[in-house]
Design a protein around this ligand. Sequence first.
Ligand code: MG
Ligand code: MG
Length: 277
Amino acid sequence: MNRLKARLRPNRRARRPQRRRNGATAQPILKSPQEIRIMRESGRVVARVHAELRQAIKPGVSTWDLDQLAAETMQKLGARSCFLGYRGFPAHTCTSINEELVHGIPNKRRVLDAGDIISIDVGVFYRGFVGDSAWTYAVGEIAPETQQLMAVTEKSLYLGIEQAVSGQRVKDVSRAVQRYVEANGMHIVREYTGHGVGRAMHESPQVLNYVAGDADGELVMQPGLVFALEPMVQLGTRLTRTLKDEWTVISKDRSMTAHFEHTIAVTNNGPEILTLP
Ligand code: MG
Ligand code: MG
């Protein structure tokens, strides 16, 4: 029993969004135009799952209900969750409410209240390729500072995406996210990062949401590079901790948190968001 438990215990160093890594990394696997066509379909599946979730989010709904809806939608579209079974993760999506930043586990007893915000991370395998997108949703009316947190985090994602241009470096993306979030007096989580996406959920490079002088930040982007950018922002401080369930990451001071993520491709015509309807 203990041994089984030990085996199922998730590896803290390999969680999603990818935990920050130090040191050099492998060269990224560039995708052909044909592969990007498939990844666009995979991304569209993710967007459709989010569209269903957005409709269903309201007070009284449990995170379990939302996870079931996501699973049914994935199945209908011929996709499957990347998260289910990943290092023992027990659900199809991650559902994280309020101070929960990422990796919350859907639960029948966890019911949404008006004034909550919920971040849902959706990752699928479709025709051999991954699509990965997280979004934070308001449940009914929310406090103005929470609205502001969501708006700043979402905008930082798009400012980062704008920099995903061939010839620029990965750190140019990171810098754009960091500048905007910090100019608004909010805090970027350091321990979790964006990542290359392809046949595997986590590929090279690591894509930080701040500039840190890491080797991957120096990588010059070129057409065919596909990655997930995913700013994780907190109102109080940048510190996090992990709950006893060994998955759920919360802000250490329990301030509100937000998480927005798209999978994007660097193309000859600039950045393309793949996780769109
Ligand atoms: Mg991701
Ligand atoms: Mg994700």
